[in-house]
Design a protein around this ligand. Structure first.
Ligand code: AMP
Ligand code: TRP
Length: 334
């Protein structure tokens, strides 16, 4: 069966973009693939400004709880916390020794995140893509569902795997990035020309997965549209309306054009209410499951422990093979 691996950083509250852009696919892929999903807390500590120990612990549990609530099924898939396996950090070291300073220095995300920070940039941030390569390659991953911004990181993982296999023998499966048709690329409700993101300047444009119905309604009612009244899909001319149409399409399962036809002429007020209602309805079962899980924290911890054990069953032998292929002396073999 096709093996899928994906990860998300515990670095903020999950929003509609995470749900419709990533999680909906994660859940769907469980139907016909062997999925491994990971809360990548070791990646989250590469940015000192966002790293607060107490918050990190909370957010790690929150993100895992969110993944379970949206429908990541621990019976079918593996869900675990990256730092629960030492194999990821250890494999990163092996990969560090087959990765070039030059290729890492060119990574667009590193360039972006380190810009203007001078000498204070951490080695961890520089090494971030190598850790990501370890995540992926330890599981013989075939497909990595990610946003387009991760393309270079997946290519690097492939390059590292290929280089390793070439030098030391076939150990790693070469992965490829897949960009499953996202339910939607969700834009900020206040500024529909930028992606909905936890780093937005205002909360008003972000709909969180755990927002209550009143707040969701308020956010959609004040969503930025334009001064015309027609409802049609045109990202250039009508970014606000188009974003709402896409959210409505993603949460109803209907087509954008079909919805545009239905709502055109009814005014933005009615349209926005319909979008809000559809989002509220989509989030309701997720929020209910989330509340149940929060009531039973022992259960989330138990599921994560099971997930870590199952992850280790795959990762540990892969790492062992890699170490032996590199000529590291197995314990007790001297
Ligand atoms: P981030 O919250 O940036 O760590 O992203 C985690 C995942 O959610 C990635 O797979 C992104 O592609 C996806 N994602 C984040 N924001 C959006 C958005 N506004 N629209 C669609 N997908 C998103
Ligand atoms: N870098 C990814 C992101 O920011 C998160 C991530 C870490 C990841 N390890 C991964 C994604 C492995 C896919 C596979 O979205």
């Amino acid at each position: 069966m096709t093996r899928v691996f994906s990860g998300m950083q515990p670095s903020g509250d999950a929003h509609l973009g995470n749900l419709l852009g990533a999680w909906v696919n994660w859940v769907r892929m469980q139907e016909d693939r062997d999925c491994v999903y990971c809360v990548v807390d070791l990646h989250a500590i590469t940015s000192p400004t966002e790293h607060e120990p107490e918050r990190l612990r909370e957010r790690t549990v929150e993100l895992a709880t969110g993944m379970l609530a949206v429908g990541v099924d621990p019976e079918r898939s593996i869900l675990f916390v990256q730092s629960h396996l030492h194999e990821h950090a250890e494999c990163t070291w092996l990969f560090n020794c087959v990765s070039g300073f030059g290729e890492l220095n060119k990574m667009p995300q590193f360039r972006e995140k380190s810009a203007g920070k001078g000498e204070s940039v951490s080695v961890g941030l520089f090494d971030y893509p190598v850790l990501q390569a370890a995540d992926i390659l330890l599981y013989h991953t075939d497909e990595v569902p990610v946003g387009d911004d991760q393309r270079h990181h997946i290519e690097l993982a492939r390059d590292i795997g290929q280089r390793f296999n070439h030098r030391f023998g076939e150990v790693f499966t070469l992965p490829k990035a897949v960009h499953p048709r996202a339910a939607a690329r969700v834009m900020d409700l206040q500024d529909p020309t930028v992606k909905m993101s936890k780093s937005a300047s205002s909360e008003k444009g972000i709909v969180y997965v755990l927002d209550d119905p009143k707040r969701i309604e308020k956010k959609f009612k004040s969503a930025q549209t334009d001064s015309a009244t027609d409802i049609r899909h045109d990202r250039e001319e009508k970014p606000g309306v188009s974003n709402l149409l896409e959210i409505l399409a993603a949460t109803t399962g209907r087509g954008v054009d079909d919805l545009a036809q239905e709502y055109d002429g009814q005014g933005y007020g009615t349209f926005k209410t319909a979008v809000a209602e559809s989002v509220i309805e989509t989030l309701k079962p997720i929020q209910d499951r989330h509340a149940q899980l929060v009531d039973d924290p022992g259960e989330v911890a138990r599921l994560l422990a099971v997930g870590a054990d199952r992850a280790r069953e795959i990762a540990a032998p892969t790492l062992q093979r890699a170490k032996e292929a590199m000529g590291l002396l197995p314990p007790h073999a001297a």
